[in-house]
Write a new protein. Structure first.
Length: 82
């Protein structure tokens, strides 16, 4: 790895995090943008929801509830048939 890449923090990261950490991070980002806790957790847990699009909408002045409705997936996930 080049010295420049190391200086910019582009080296390998040895910390591994699971899906719970990822969902918690997404929920924290949404709450920081003004989403209430319950809505943030629900949106953060749905991998079909584009976090960055939600944040872009709220950055442009869209209320969090409306942003969630705009970015809601069009169909429900397939039911577990086991």
């Amino acid at each position: 790895m080049s010295r420049d890449a190391q200086g910019r923090g582009l080296g390998r990261c040895s910390v591994r995090r699971g899906p719970e950490d990822f969902r918690a991070w997404r929920a924290r980002r949404l709450q920081a943008a003004g989403f209430d806790h319950c809505l943030a957790v629900r949106l953060a847990s749905d991998s079909r929801v584009d976090l960055h699009a939600l944040l872009d909408l709220t950055d442009r002045g869209c209320p969090p509830d409306l942003a969630a409705r705009i970015m809601a997936p069009l169909c429900d996930p397939p039911a577990d048939r086991s």
